[in-house]
Design a protein around this ligand. Sequence first.
Ligand code: AG3
Length: 277
Amino acid sequence: MVWFTEYWTENIGLTIRAKEVKRIKSKYQEILVLDTYEFGKVLVLDGLVQTTEKDEFMYHEMLVHPAMVTHKKPERVLIIGGGDGGSVKETLKHTAVEEVHLCEIDEEVIIVAEKYFPTISGKLRDPTVKIIIEDGNKYLDEKKDYYDVIIIDSSDPISESEVLFQVDFYQKVKESLRKGGIMVAQTESPVLQQDYFKKAVSNIKSVFQYTGVYLGAVPSYPSGLWSYTMASNDVDIFNVDVNRDRFKDLNTEYFSDKLYSCLFDNPVFIKKILGEV
Ligand code: AG3
């Protein structure tokens, strides 16, 4: 039995008791698989909790579905990061999807996910999925004007993930989308990582015509309150007329038709952080 702590800041963290800990060292990072009492299995990369069996649905549903239903017909989807497979699993629930490309820098994350997290990674070998082991920032140089939806399922903006929060990267994302394209990124905790959050949103805003921030709960992530940012250059994401049938077979436990209707209605303190009021 062992206690694990992720230090959210110098002054606060999340401490979980695990029955067992597996430690794997990859080329890029230290990977831990914790078998915990409260959250089921937990995937940790360089000390940061990435996903847990208990609350992965809260994060992956909210990262993936809003952008997928906002797009008119999402046939080609790119996921950057997301080696655990949770975003792939949610993406494949949309019937329009023809190709999903998963661009993950660290192959070991996929191997670990397939071994220890079958309920999350189970769709990674679906025939519509192509796995690309590469740095997402580099990969985008090769693919222009191609994707309908790009989902940025990254870790925090440190080491390899840092570039995935910068203006140059968002510019490439914009160029890799085809007409009607939508992008969405996880943009950190607005409570405990306010600087990361503000910077990510302002960088996205500087590149795209339409940018919308929304929130969701993820109990295992810093502060438990998480942010996501959706953007498009040619789709007014605040005024789309979505066919409600699109929600029918998603089988979600967090996201819903009703939730989507008020997705961008943020609490006052978020509007204040973003300088909107
Ligand atoms: N997605 C976001 C993880 C960020 C968590 N941050 C932290 N624990 N400090 C990770 C990949 C899930 N598919």
